[in-house]
Design a protein around this ligand. Structure first.
Ligand SMILES: NC(=O)C1=CN([C@@H]2O[C@H](COP(=O)(O)OP(=O)(O)OC[C@H]3O[C@@H](n4cnc5c(N)ncnc54)[C@H](O)[C@@H]3O)[C@@H](O)[C@H]2O)C=CC1
Ligand SMILES: O=C(O)[C@@H]1CCC=N1
Length: 283
């Protein structure tokens, strides 16, 4: 990947269209990595959202979307899929060609964004996740054929600031990325909720259950990452023949655990594809 050739004296100006949950996570990560607040602009019709971002991160608040993109080096579309068409058509007259546009919206195709913006646009789809807030995110990236190496490198540089990045060659697979890592933190939180509830049901105090569960999930993820061993080997090492873990694994099998995970990821992938169809994009 070509270096984005960034001028160290001038951080690239990033315009965030939409300042909700995901924009906040990205801004927090970028600020923690030393990205200058003056080079971060946000436009959002919610005064409460922009006031909180200005207070917490010192970012510049634009009066509207058009003002946010004026003079920006990169535009990051962080609005819901359902409003993306209106947002892009409204921005089109104000956006010079040659400015890369990064969309983090689930489902919406690069070709749709390009068309809504008037055509011939360098569009990059990025699918981050909320741990970006702690620079522990995981982002899948896809660039359309109009993206230059430099524009790809700039987008990667930004997302690298908030976690790991993976480029995807086939845009069709971005719905699977969304279903695995974009939505994925929710699956892990759901597991945490279920383990805590089960621990309390067994009689453990809630605060002890929380500590034990959170550190178990954290420790297991660290082991999988840092030992380089595959999850199956690590799981087998915990599972003594005839022991407690084996009993739990048999109960997971009986309850259809793997099939449930597969169905959940399949449902999320299919929902991503639906979100690109306007008639189906309502909640
Ligand atoms: N929440 C998550 O974990 C992830 C979300 N995403 C994607 O990020 C996008 C944003 O999601 P969230 O931040 O969760 O939603 P959110 O609802 O928290 O934020 C969306 C923001 O857009 C603003 N907005 C609405 N209309 C606007 C307009 N015309 N111009 C400018 N801003 C406008 C809203 O006021 C709101 O603050 C979605 O497309 C979603 O698919 C992607 C990865 C993970
Ligand atoms: O639930 C959603 O649609 C968004 C995309 C990935 C995570 N949140």
């Amino acid at each position: 990947m070509t270096s984005p050739d960034l001028n160290p004296d001038r951080a690239p100006v990033l315009a965030f269209i939409g300042g909700g949950n995901m924009a906040r996570s990205l801004i927090a990560g970028l600020r923690a990595q030393g990205h200058r607040a003056q080079a971060l602009r946000v436009a959002d019709p919610s005064a409460a959202a922009t006031a909180a971002l200005a207070k917490d991160f010192g970012v510049t608040i634009a009066r509207d979307n058009a003002e946010a993109v004026t003079g920006a080096d990169l535009v990051l579309l962080a609005v819901k899929p359902q409003v993306m068409a209106d947002v892009c058509t409204g921005l089109a007259p104000y956006l010079p060609t040659g400015i890369p546009v990064v969309s983090i919206a689930a489902g919406i195709r690069s070709g749709q964004i390009d068309a809504w913006l008037g055509g011939q646009r360098a569009v990059i789809r990025a699918m981050p996740n909320t741990p970006a807030l702690l620079q522990a995110g995981a982002t899948g990236l896809f660039g359309n054929r109009l993206c230059t190496d430099r524009q790809r490198a700039l987008a990667q540089h930004l997302m690298d600031a908030v976690g790991v990045t993976v480029w995807i060659d086939d845009e069709d697979l971005m719905d699977a990325v969304t279903a695995v890592s974009g939505s994925g933190p929710a699956y892990v939180f759901r597991l945490i909720e279920a383990m805590q509830a089960a621990a309390v049901a067994q009689g453990l105090p809630a605060d002890s259950a929380r500590t034990l569960v959170l550190h178990t999930v954290f420790g297991a993820a660290r082991m999988a990452l840092e030992t380089g061993e595959d999850a199956t080997t690590l799981r087998q090492r915990v599972t003594s023949p005839g022991g407690t873990t084996a009993a739990a694994m048999a109960a997971f099998d009986d309850s259809g655990f793997n099939a449930g995970v597969e169905q959940a990821i399949d449902a999320a992938t299919r929902r991503g594809a639906e979100l690109s169809r306007p008639a189906d994009s309502n909640p």
